[in-house]
Design a protein around this ligand. Structure first.
Ligand code: DOR
Ligand code: ZN
Length: 435
């Protein structure tokens, strides 16, 4: 079936296109992009083409979340590959990269192949596994990078855990660079974060919760930058949460180093002040920080220091979260609120539309070397349709994700993905969109 997406505002930052255009999808690919496609096709192909009228909507390259935790194998009660993919397409994401902290850890070919097979069966979003840097993510012995690459991983990370051993990180950056695989660094000095639970500051003091100082993150960001510089390799800094990290990355980029970085919507939306109710849905690692940190994150997004918005989708079950604050697990189920929260950046004039779409599509594609993130004739028809005006309220019960752990429950949002097309097939369509 051919599909024409007609009348929408098409935004593709890679082509500097921001104009009303029609798109013809054929056999899973983008066949044509043209401002008057509908008129030229109407007469001869009538009946054979499904025309989807999208006036007032925004059409973008399929969104990519490069930092998602699917919990399969091992923690299927939190999320399966299939439920995570359903959450992805409902949130507007056509592709996700999934972190290796499953059980067993994705530190070998058989786990990578298992995840990819599950994703094919789910047949919703594209899933790109990230392999572990070290065996069982224990930070002691490197995994078989080449074998993991052959099995299909697109990057390496011990996310959830830092690589504390600087010598191991050095070897990881060197080997990974020679194979063209990005290393994604969870920056946390465990000696500094210790038994901390929330950001170290005023609120950790008055709430009586142990603090995680911002330097726990920054010391590792600095370390990874100097290792990348020394070895002339690259590193991607995951979930940047502090002003100091933004400054270090900005300075490194100015010096021409191959550093890229991401932040998550909760780090530019919330501060540690929100923790006063001890809501464990706000417990996340790195922790929510101060208003000064939030301002710095926004500045980093505006000036390009932060390349990517990735939601660090970390679904958990009730038994992981409905506990005393100390015992609850870290993480926010983010795929279904990420775009809605990120659209606030446009209203706040932090980012333009093309800048936001680049950080949620072209930039993660570039960092992970994916043939995605642009709307080109001949490329895979991975497309997100956004209704920029749609007002909706976050309803965790309606999440496709098994993880209902969202601090954004009942939050009013404006703007939503209303249709998600993967490989030319409509994998998600919001009820508000009359097809
Ligand atoms: O909050 C987090 N949750 N941070 C991490 O680094 C890991 C993640 C998880 O796997 O739940
Ligand atoms: Zn992490």
């Amino acid at each position: 079936m051919k599909i024409i997406l007609a009348g929408a505002r098409l935004i593709d930052p890679t082509k500097k296109i921001d104009a009303q255009m029609d798109i013809l999808l054929e056999e899973g690919k983008i066949a044509k992009i043209n401002s008057a496609l509908l008129k030229s096709t109407k007469s001869k192909d009538a009946g054979k083409v499904k025309v989807i009228e999208l006036t007032g909507m925004i059409v973008t390259p399929g969104l990519i979340d490069m930092h998602t935790h699917l919990r399969e194998p091992g923690f299927e009660y939190k999320e399966t590959v299939a439920s995570g993919c359903a959450a992805a397409v409902a949130g507007g994401f056509t592709s996700i990269a999934c972190m290796p902290n499953t059980s067993p850890v994705n530190d070998n070919r058989s786990i990578t192949e298992f995840i990819r097979r599950k994703a094919l069966e789910a047949d919703l979003a594209n899933v790109y596994p990230i392999g572990a840097i070290s065996v069982n993510s224990e930070g002691k012995q490197l995994t078989e990078f080449w074998d993991l690459k052959e099995a299909g991983v697109v990057g390496l990370s011990d996310d959830g855990n830092p690589v504390m051993d600087a010598a191991l990180m050095r070897r990881a950056l060197e080997y990974a660079y020679s194979l063209g695989l990005p290393v994604i660094s969870h920056c946390e000095d465990k000696n500094l974060s210790g038994d901390g639970l929330i950001n170290e500051g005023y609120y950790s003091t008055i709430l009586g919760l142990n603090g995680i100082p911002s330097i726990a993150e920054e010391a590792m960001v600095a370390r990874d930058i100097i290792i990348a510089e020394f070895t002339n390799t690259r590193v991607h800094i995951a979930h940047v949460s502090t002003a100091g990290s933004v400054r270090l990355i900005r300075d490194a980029k100015k010096r021409g180093l191959k550093i890229t970085a991401e932040t998550a919507p909760h780090y530019f939306t919330l501060t540690d002040e929100a923790l006063q109710g001890y809501d464990t849905n706000l417990k996340v690692n790195p922790p929510l920080r101060s208003p000064q940190d939030v301002t710095a994150i926004k500045d980093g997004l505006t000036d390009g220091t932060i390349d990517v918005i990735a939601c660090d989708h970390a679904p958990h079950g009730r038994t992981d979260k409905e506990l005393e604050f100390e015992y609850a697990q870290n993480g926010i189920s983010g795929l279904e609120t990420s775009l809605g929260l990120s659209l606030n950046l446009i209203r706040e004039k932090i980012l333009s539309w093309p800048e936001l779409i680049a950080k949620m599509s072209a930039n993660p594609a570039r960092i992970l070397n994916l043939p995605k993130g642009a709307l080109s004739e001949g490329s895979d028809a991975d497309i997100t349709v956004i209704d920029p005006h749609l007002k909706w309220t976050v309803d965790i019960k309606a999440f496709c994700s098994r993880g209902k752990n969202s601090p954004f429950s009942r939050r009013a949002m404006q703007g939503k993905a209303v249709m998600t097309i993967v490989g030319g097939e409509i994998k998600y369509a919001a009820p508000s969109l009359k097809l």
